[in-house]
Ligand binder design. Structure first.
Ligand code: PBG
Length: 337
């Protein structure tokens, strides 16, 4: 036995039990790769795409550097290029030339939602094409539904319109519909309408736990939505975690095939808790404000963009997301995962 001198730290080898040394598995890149718990795959990522009916050229979005609205007439060309970069799934947002009080353009089989969906599917049949089902981009007041004279958004009239809109998207060839209006009962109504129209095979990804977030700021500019007021009467209160869990539980009970938390980073707690409560595939949306924060901080030289982007996407996986909607999708796939 070695003598331990008083006043000196006890050498580790004399400790009775071998100490845990977590650094052993961090010594080399190869070891770190071997024990990595979460990995990003191309199939985890969904790219949101803005389609502008009136534009002739791509329209850069100043508050989202690197993101442009695609002219409807160039959807085929752009979607082919996006697919070549390795993107597997798209979420389509339309900016129509004409808006009105109810967003009637999007209820027509000849409207923008139908035409952009057809164009995207025709250009890249293997791509999963998802439609954002809502009305805020299509209404002149910018709300997600039917605005009443007294200023409130009529729940059940909006739900009826969402059900019609879902069938329009399905008939145009969408692989999945994603309602984001946060109306009560919208999933059950859309499911019933799709089934009745012969689309019982078409899945619904619900924006189930969607918060009334200030992080959607740049999206409003991107989607040409001049909202008067706010969405606090239909989207969940950012201070409420349990309410968000109830929202997702209700949507599952109504027949949603997939759930989603939105925004992402500020709501990782909600993501983890929903993961623990459901067996459904779970998505998360890294929204426009999250994208802008990283882009502007990187442009200012404050952050290393690549690493920060991967760290945030990794955080979503670690917190329990199966799928991530992110404006960084194309960029990270082009650079290689
Ligand atoms: C509603 C919708 C919004 C976003 C996606 N779908 C806007 C809102 O709810 O105000 C925001 C996405 C983002 O900020 O990136 N159609």
């Amino acid at each position: 036995m070695r003598q331990v001198e008083l006043g000196r730290a006890m050498p580790l080898e004399t400790a009775r039990e071998a100490p845990t040394r977590l650094r052993r598995l961090r010594r080399t890149e190869a070891l770190r790769n071997l024990v990595r718990e979460n990995h990003l795959h191309a199939t985890d990522l969904i790219l949101p795409v803005f389609v502008d009916e009136a534009a002739d050229e791509p329209v850069p979005i100043a508050s989202m550097p690197g993101v442009s609205r695609i002219p409807l007439k160039r959807v085929a060309h752009e979607v082919e290029a996006i697919a070549r970069d390795g993107v597997r799934a798209l979420m389509l947002f339309g900016i129509p030339a004409e808006k009105d009080a109810v967003g009637s353009d999007t209820l027509a089989a000849t409207g923008l939602m139908a035409r952009m969906t057809q164009a995207a599917k025709a250009a890249a049949p293997d791509l999963v094409v998802i439609t954002d089902n809502c009305f805020c981009e299509y209404t002149d007041h910018g709300h997600c539904g039917v605005l009443m004279d007294d200023g409130h958004i009529h729940n059940d009239q909006t739900v009826a319109n969402l059900a019609r809109q879902a069938v329009v998207a399905a008939e145009a060839g969408a692989d999945m519909v994603a309602p984001s209006a946060m109306m009560d009962g919208q999933i059950a109504a859309m499911r019933a309408a799709l089934d009745a129209a012969g689309f019982d095979h078409l899945p619904i990804m619900s924006y189930s736990s969607k918060f009334a977030s200030a992080f959607y700021g740049p999206f409003r500019a991107a989607s040409g939505c001049d909202l008067v007021g706010d969405r606090k009467t239909y989207q969940a209160d950012p201070m409420n975690g349990r309410e968000a869990l109830r929202e997702s539980a209700l949507d599952e009970a109504e027949g949603a095939d997939m759930l989603m938390v939105k925004p992402g980073l500020p709501y990782l707690d909600v993501l983890t808790q929903i993961r623990a409560r459901t067996e459904l595939p779970l998505g998360v949306y890294q929204v426009s404000g999250e994208y802008a924060m990283i882009k502007f901080a990187a442009a200012a030289g404050a952050l290393e963009e690549d690493r920060v982007v991967r760290e945030t996407l990794g955080a979503f996986k670690r917190a329990g997301a199966d799928l991530i909607l992110s404006y960084f999708t194309r960029q990270v796939l082009r650079e290689g995962l």
